[in-house]
Each structure stands twice: as C-alpha cells, then as structure tokens.
Design a protein around this ligand. Structure first.
Ligand code: GLA
Length: 375
C-alpha cells in the first residue's frame, strides 16, 4: 500500500513537471514575459539578425543607395542589415550642384532624412572628384577654361555650402576622390582639378571641409589601394598632407574587388601601411565581382557554382582580415544593396550581369553572406 501511495505521488510529480515544461514554452508564457519585461521575446535565430548586428562590436556596416531604394522591400532590407548609408550618386557635384548658382538638394535630403529617421549613420560622398561634375564647373561663360583662382573659389564655395547643409548629420566625408593616377610613371591624375588648380586643390579641399564642419571626419578615397605601386603614391600624398597639418582623418579603400584581388597579404599591407600614418581606414565601396579583369566575353555571364564558391571564399577572407583589424577599420560600406542592380552590370563590360553583393536578386542572403557572419 505504502509503495502504491509513493508511486502515485511520483507519477503526480512527473505529470506536474511535464505540464510546467509545456506551459513555460507556450505562447501564453511568452506573453507573460512581454508583460513583465516590456520587451517581446526575441528569438535568437539568424532570420532576425541583420549583417550590422553580427558586426556591432566591430564596425558600422554601410550601403550606398539611390532614393528609389528607400521604399518597399529594399528599404526593409536596408533597415535590417545596415547601420550606415552613402549616397550612390546624388551628392556628387554634377547632381547636387547642377548650375553655378543653384543646388538640387531634394534627393540628398531624402537619403539624409531616411537615415535620421532610422538611426543610421551617413557618409557623404563625394566633394571633389573629376567625374560626374556639372558642365559649368571648369569653364567660364565663353566656354574657356577658368583660371586657377576661379576654380579654387568655386571648389571652396561648393564644399562649404554642401558640408554646412549637412553639418552634424553627416559624420564622415569623402573629400577628395581618386586624385592619384593609375599609370605607374605618373603621380597625380591629370584631371582638370590638377591641371587648372595645381596640387594644392587637395589640401585646400580638406581645409575648407574642416572649416565647414569641424566635427566631421575627412577621408581621401581611392581604388586599387592594394596595388603596391598605386598604394605607394597614395601613401606619399597622405604623408605629405599629414606632415603639412592638413586635416585628413582617414583613407577610404573603395574595395571594388574581385575573385583574386586583393590577396590576404596585400589587404593586410594596405591596412597596416595607411594606419601607420595615424589614419582611420574604411572600406567605402565594397563589392566582389565574379569576373576576373581579363574576362570580357559578354555572353559568359552565368553565376556558376564555381563563381559562387570562389566569391564566398573571397568574402570570407576579406571579412576575417577586417575583423582582425577592428581597431584600424572604422567602417565598411557596400556599393549597392543587392545583385538586383550593381554598377558592375555595366562595367567594364556593358550589359554583362554581375553578382557582386551579399544579397541575391530576390534580396535573399547568398552563401557568401552566411560565411561573412559565421565567426
Ligand atoms: C567610383 C566612385 C563611386 C562610383 C563608382 C562606380 O568608385 O567613387 O562614386 O561612381 O566609381 O559606380
């Protein structure tokens, strides 16, 4: 009898335990938790964490956008995955300053407003570049080249107007973009800026930007920063600027990379060399083309398993290295949102589809995405 009372009790205890387990895992308890803590229970699954969340202890993860990406599914993807925005085009001088005496702010304002409403950082891109410039910039009313004084005065007015408008909102500016030549035997690019303005246009641009917003971080931005010859020239310019007390805070490695460039070695060398000057390093325009520079056949444009695999390995290596240098790297920005549309669909081969980003054409994370967040 005693034995049967005991076994009856143990059965009751087991049943109570089972019932409590079921109850604790049930939605009713989840609701009760919400009431008690004020927060909905957030399931720790990959589907609720965006790229930026995996990297929150490393660096902000940014993306370049057009105003059109700020609505619909793309905007959801942006909010979930990124903590910083760059304007792909609309802050370039040709678009934001189409006539000498008039600015077109609307599109740039939309990006800045969206970033502010969603708590995102903003990188300004770009104040002084030889491309996407307005037609009036380098010419006088008769169509002749302006003098050095006129050009530098125009640059000053442009920089001060644009930087002042977004003072306190844009935390970092690409002040000068691509001023170094690609040809090993030429130092500075023979752009109109250089031909008319002389070498000092670079230092002046930084000084005027600092005057307009003393708190904004100021970057020199360029591509092929992992090619030893070009890197040496960029280093030389930045070293001169630093020694002359010019307010340059960082170098933007554009990061238009591919399946073989950069190598781990050249990437490490660039980060170490530029940061040895006391500069912050950011990757400002990241994408990984699935074609090598030698491939030019427009009909060969499939995202094959082999390309997918190699791109995944390349992204994995790049982010492993960037994480390792988290003290030096203060931001990583992708150039475009997803494989739906990239400038590489038309460069260097017009009309050849590329697949350079971490999200596919359906806006789903690619295999490369899962490698980048696996650490
Ligand atoms: C350069 C510029 C960017 C963009 C890309 C190509 O890297 O800095 O603004 O125009 O070329 O799209």
């Amino acid at each position: 009898m005693k034995k049967s009372v005991n076994s009856h009790c143990s059965l009751n205890i087991i049943l109570i335990c089972v019932a409590m387990t079921i109850l604790l895992c049930s939605p009713i308890v989840a609701c009760a938790q919400t009431v008690l803590t004020g927060n909905p229970p957030v399931p720790e699954t990959n589907s609720v964490r965006g790229l930026k969340d995996y990297y929150k202890n490393f660096f902000p993860i940014g993306v370049s956008v057009s105003p059109a990406s700020l609505a619909g599914a793309e905007s959801d993807l942006i909010r979930k995955n990124f903590s910083s925005l760059s304007a792909e085009n609309v802050m370039k001088s040709g678009l934001i300053h189409p006539q000498e005496n008039s600015y077109a702010w609307d599109n740039a304002d939309r990006i800045v407003d969206f970033a502010q409403q969603n708590g995102l950082l903003i990188r300004g891109h770009t104040l002084c570049w030889h491309k996407q410039t307005p037609t009036w910039l380098f010419k006088d009313q008769e169509g002749k080249p302006v003098t050095k004084e006129v050009l530098l005065a125009r640059l000053k007015e442009h920089i001060q107007t644009v930087v002042s408008r977004y003072k306190g909102k844009i935390y970092a500016w690409d002040v000068v973009n691509e001023a170094i030549d690609d040809n090993d035997s030429v130092f500075l690019r023979g752009s109109d800026w250089y031909k008319i303005g002389g070498e000092e246009f670079i230092a002046d641009a930084f000084k005027w930007a600092r005057e307009a917003d003393p708190k904004a971080l100021l970057f020199y931005n360029d591509y092929n920063t992992e090619s030893p010859a070009k890197r040496a020239k960029i280093f030389k310019v930045l070293k001169r600027l630093k020694e002359a007390g010019v307010p340059v805070d960082g170098i933007g490695l554009q990061g238009h990379w591919d399946l073989t460039t950069p190598t781990e070695k050249t990437l490490r060398e660039s980060i170490e060399k530029f940061s040895s000057l006391g500069l912050q390093v950011q990757v400002t325009e990241l994408d990984v083309s699935v074609y090598s520079p030698a491939e030019k056949d427009p009909s060969n444009h499939q995202f094959t398993t082999e390309r997918e695999q190699r791109q995944m390995e390349q992204y994995k290596m790049i982010f492993r290295v960037l994480r390792e240098y988290k003290k030096e790297i203060t931001g990583v920005t992708f150039w475009n949102v997803s494989d739906r549309s990239s400038w590489l669909d038309n460069f260097p081969v017009r009309g050849r589809k590329n697949y350079p980003l971490l999200f596919d054409q359906q806006l789903h994370p690619k295999k490369a995405f899962w490698e980048v967040v696996k650490f």
